[in-house]
Ligand binder design. Structure first.
Ligand code: SF4
Length: 505
């Protein structure tokens, strides 16, 4: 079968989901090919016959090749300003490569002023009117041959993110119209979330032959007649990864040690609302799998994509060294209270940890069931900093547990730890539609679409989105000025490179 990962997602690393599916299929001797249509499609647009619209785009066009090669070279990651110039130039080219009155395409986003990604009728319209999609020429020029050559009956589309939705359906519409007899199988994180809605009524049944909810490996194997396969964890198959394609200073490979979240208690978290069952293997087995990745593909970086890397696996990592550096999401585990442990993690290749702090108010953390103690966080941030591990801290404002005083406490907490925080991600809370909390709040529709996953709500303490955004722009960002800028568009996907390479002079 053919597995396609459609645009738009950040073009800096290969997609993990299709690599896991491919591993499961090949293990059962089912032939499988992967096309990362995301990176191919975005590069196709960037390298197309672009007509400059101003002096900025003229300059960017003149330097197109060198911008692309700079972003694959470590030198530009020594200086954030130079890096940003390249990224903004490239993004400018991408945005004017399409009809930018209707479509807004960036290196991380896709939107269409006429069609909504969370409306099933619009998605079906995107399928029907596929010739209007900005990637249509890419489908014809690059995908057509590959599909014809492969001559397979089944084409899988991996729909993980909202920014892929309209293109995924345009792709499905194009396949149905041009390749009679092909069957389309759609899976991935976003379609799984839609299918988890209690009111989901399979609006795509006339276009998509099979939709898969949750982890796709077992259902796909069953579909191909391989029943009762219990195995859930596979070593991703990255044979399809072409060197020197992705916009990163080296080969990054995503790797997942566990499925779901071992904590699964945070009340604000969509992961909890969707109740994806947690599954992991013994840490020693996960470590063996990671060593296979190291030997077989020789990555420069491994991106650990677990929702939260388990303490057991962190311990295993800390006792080993690898040919790559790594980064990933962790909770504020008690193990980080030990300075030696943090130093050992650094020695094992840890460049950056992403940490969901959410709030600097202990009362808010307790109510949201975050399971985090702020006194512990203070020590952990210092320990990681002293070990030379970058900290990328995530904050969440505007939950029903927070009022303006609690938000100010978060600001004060961050200010007093500024030295130990390298990057910050500031998010405004979206209420998951089918969460427990949604039942007890006064809610209204957030996006108008039958597939929207979030709700608006009247904040019980009057701390509404408008006020939260104002606080972030006018107070928080002005007072917290010593923390680095996030890499534009790529954010945490490029942030770790500024540890290894950044020229602090
Ligand atoms: S630790 Fe992260 S993924 Fe797990 S429940 Fe909390 S917010 Fe969700």
């Amino acid at each position: 079968m053919l597995l396609i990962f459609p645009p738009v997602a950040k073009p800096c690393e290969p997609p993990a989901g299709v690599a896991l599916l491919s591993a499961a299929l090949k293990e059962q001797e089912i032939d499988c090919k992967i096309i990362d249509a995301n990176v191919e499609g975005l590069l196709y647009l960037i390298n197309s016959d672009i007509i400059p619209v101003d002096s900025w785009s003229q300059r960017a066009l003149k330097h197109r090749e060198s911008i692309l090669s700079d972003l694959k070279n470590s030198t530009v990651y020594k200086n954030m300003d130079r890096y940003h110039q390249r990224v903004y130039d490239l993004n400018k080219l991408l945005s004017i490569s399409v009809d930018n009155k209707r479509f807004r395409i960036t290196l991380s986003d896709y939107s269409d002023s006429k069609l909504s990604s969370v409306n099933s009728k619009d998605l079906l319209k995107s399928a029907k009117e596929y010739k209007e999609n900005p990637f249509y020429n890419y489908f014809e020029d690059k995908l057509r041959n590959q599909i014809e050559e492969l001559n397979t009956e089944f084409i899988g589309i991996s729909l993980c993110y909202l920014n892929q939705a309209l293109v995924s359906f345009a792709l499905a519409g194009w396949i149905k119209d041009n390749f009679k007899g092909k069957k389309i199988i759609m899976g991935g994180g976003l379609i799984s979330s839609w299918m988890s809605r209690p009111d989901y009524s399979d609006p795509f049944k006339d276009l998509i032959d099979i939709t898969i909810k949750g982890e796709g490996e077992q259902p796909l194997l069953e579909f191909f007649g391989k029943k009762n396969i219990e195995k859930r964890h596979f070593i991703p198959d990255y044979e399809f990864v072409k060197d020197d394609v992705y916009l990163a200073p080296g080969k990054i490979l995503p790797f997942r040690g566990s499925i779901g979240c071992y904590w699964s208690k945070c009340r604000f978290c969509p992961e909890k609302a969707e109740t994806r069952p947690y599954s992991s293997q013994r840490a020693s087995k996960v470590l063996d799998d990671l060593k296979v990745i190291d030997r077989k593909y020789k990555p420069d970086y491994v991106h650990l994509i677990d929702n939260a890397v388990t303490p057991a696996f962190l311990k295993a990592l800390s006792m080993n060294t690898f040919g790559f550096k790594w980064y990933g999401f962790v909770r504020f585990e008690k193990e980080f209270l030990d300075q030696d442990f943090c130093h050992n993690l650094k020695k094992s290749g840890c460049e950056m940890l992403k940490l969901g702090l959410e709030s600097g108010d202990q009362g808010v953390l307790d109510q949201m069931k975050k399971g985090t103690d702020l006194k512990r966080v203070s020590i952990i941030l210092k320990n990681l900093h002293h070990a030379g591990i970058l900290t990328f801290v995530y904050l969440l404002f505007g939950t029903s547990f927070e009022d303006s005083r609690a938000a100010v406490k978060t600001l004060d907490y961050v200010k007093s730890h500024e030295k130990y925080i390298d990057y910050l991600n500031l998010a405004v809370f979206n209420l998951p539609k089918f969460s427990e909390d949604a039942n007890s709040l006064d809610t209204s529709e957030f996006y108008h679409g039958d597939l929207s996953l979030y709700l608006n709500f009247n904040h019980p303490m009057g701390w509404d989105r408008r006020q939260v955004k104002q606080f972030l722009d006018k107070t928080f960002k002005k007072q917290v000025s010593h923390i680095r800028k996030n890499p534009a568009f790529f954010s945490s996907n490029h942030a770790a490179f500024f540890n290894t390479f950044e020229d602090k002079s």
